[in-house]
Ligand binder design. Structure first.
Ligand SMILES: C[S@@+](CC[C@H](N)C(=O)[O-])C[C@H]1O[C@@H](n2cnc3c(N)ncnc32)[C@H](O)[C@@H]1O
Length: 357
């Protein structure tokens, strides 16, 4: 049975257990149907950092060849992703003749410029600790990039609610309902009443609107807000009405409101995640932490969707995908790493089954 049979069968089936395929990512990806994958998350071998069991990319003599090889694969990923799909790329940098090469951004810019990917976020993964670093003429390197690309600028799948932090609730203080961050409206009322920058009519309108918003806080419809008042506060982005709709509102009406999302705030683009501890391992592989996959999976792969990791190594992406009820396909050139991935997954499967027994 060849890979195409397994791939198409897996895609069209409801089986959640990951499908692991051994071989070169480029060769195996070429067997995938177009528009069949919801989300791809991967960390390819970094340039010139280590040689893996089975060889593979990363050992090219110069960075140009490395990026070209990687671009062939990102092109194939684009083909197999559904139009609403996402691609999360974790990629590390390196030094050459004492100069930082800039591999992550060189790759990302070629992807946007030559392959028309839309780059939605550049995430800084703050690892807090770096590897052993003997340099004493520069700072320690403790971050890596994770890029979020989509195929189309509009209509891509993004479940923001799945990754928002728990919303803060309104508070009752001295018998009155106040917003989650303690806004009671008293200070805004005073500012409006004393304002010389608002006309009498504008003051009246501002007070009425504020009372309406406070009613919505009391009823629990919104948990927090801010009021921006002419000459008391600055417009949030720019004072120029040509640039900012809010600045225009401030000029025309004298005030506007900012409402906080009742479902909580979105995570930022700096992620503090401690790397996996690789010191105790016999083999020299480089798994990324499970937490690196959670936001990408929850936000950009629907439940029952399919995740792909073309450099899956020990199957971290696939393990988290299974835990979060998603199907996944992992490809790696090394049989030995896929063996670890299978074992890891089997342990997880037993643990989950025991839990539900
Ligand atoms: C940085 S590691 C990925 C680690 C993985 N994220 C994990 O958590 O275990 C990169 C992987 O790419 C694999 N690899 C290198 N060249 C490859 C190629 N041409 N095709 C498929 N896999 C390849 C290596 O064997 C290695 O497991």
């Amino acid at each position: 049975m060849n890979d195409i049979f397994y791939i198409e069968n897996y895609i069209n089936n409801i089986e959640k257990r990951p499908l692991f395929l051994t071989g070169d990512a480029m060769n195996i990806l070429s067997e995938f149907p177009n528009n069949s994958i919801d989300c791809c998350i991967t960390s390819p071998p970094y340039w010139g950092q280590r040689s893996y069991e089975g060889g593979g990319i990363g050992m090219e003599n110069n960075v140009k060849d490395y990026i070209n090889n990687l671009l062939e694969i990102t092109n194939e990923i684009k083909r197999v992703l559904k139009p609403e799909g996402s691609f999360w790329l974790n990629i590390g940098d390196t030094y050459e003749n004492k100069s930082l090469v800039g591999v992550p951004w060189r790759t990302a810019l070629q992807m946007t410029d030559k392959q028309n990917w839309v780059l939605r976020n550049s995430i800084i993964w703050n690892k807090h600790k770096g590897g052993m670093d003997s340099a004493n003429d520069r700072l320690r390197n403790v971050h890596e990039n994770v890029f979020h690309f989509v195929k189309c600028s509009k209509g891509y799948y993004y479940n923001d609610t799945a990754i928002r932090s728990n919303p803060r609730q309104t508070i009752v203080k001295n018998g009155s309902v106040i917003s989650a961050t303690g806004v009671s409206g008293v200070s805004y009322k005073r500012k409006i009443e004393l304002s010389t920058a608002l006309t009498e009519e504008e003051r009246k309108h501002a007070l009425e609107s504020l009372n309406e918003v406070l009613k919505r806080v009391t009823s629990g419809e919104i948990t927090d807000f801010r009021m921006i008042i002419r000459d008391q506060h600055r417009a949030t982005h720019s004072d120029k009405e040509q640039v900012s709709g809010r600045a225009k509102e401030l000029i025309l009406k004298g005030f506007y409101f900012l409402f906080y999302n009742p479902n909580g705030t979105l995570p930022s683009d700096v992620w503090d995640i401690i790397p996996e501890d690789t010191h105790k391992r016999k083999k020299h592989y480089a798994p990324y932490p499970e937490d690196l996959c959670r936001i990408p999976i929850l936000a950009t792969c629907p439940e029952n969707g399919i995740i792909l990791d073309p450099f899956c190594g020990t199957g971290t992406t696939n393990k988290v995908a299974y835990e979060l009820n998603r199907k996944s396909i992992g490809i790696d050139i090394s049989d030995e790493y896929l063996d670890i991935a299978q074992k890891r997954f089997t342990q997880l499967k037993f643990a989950i089954e025991e839990y539900y027994d």
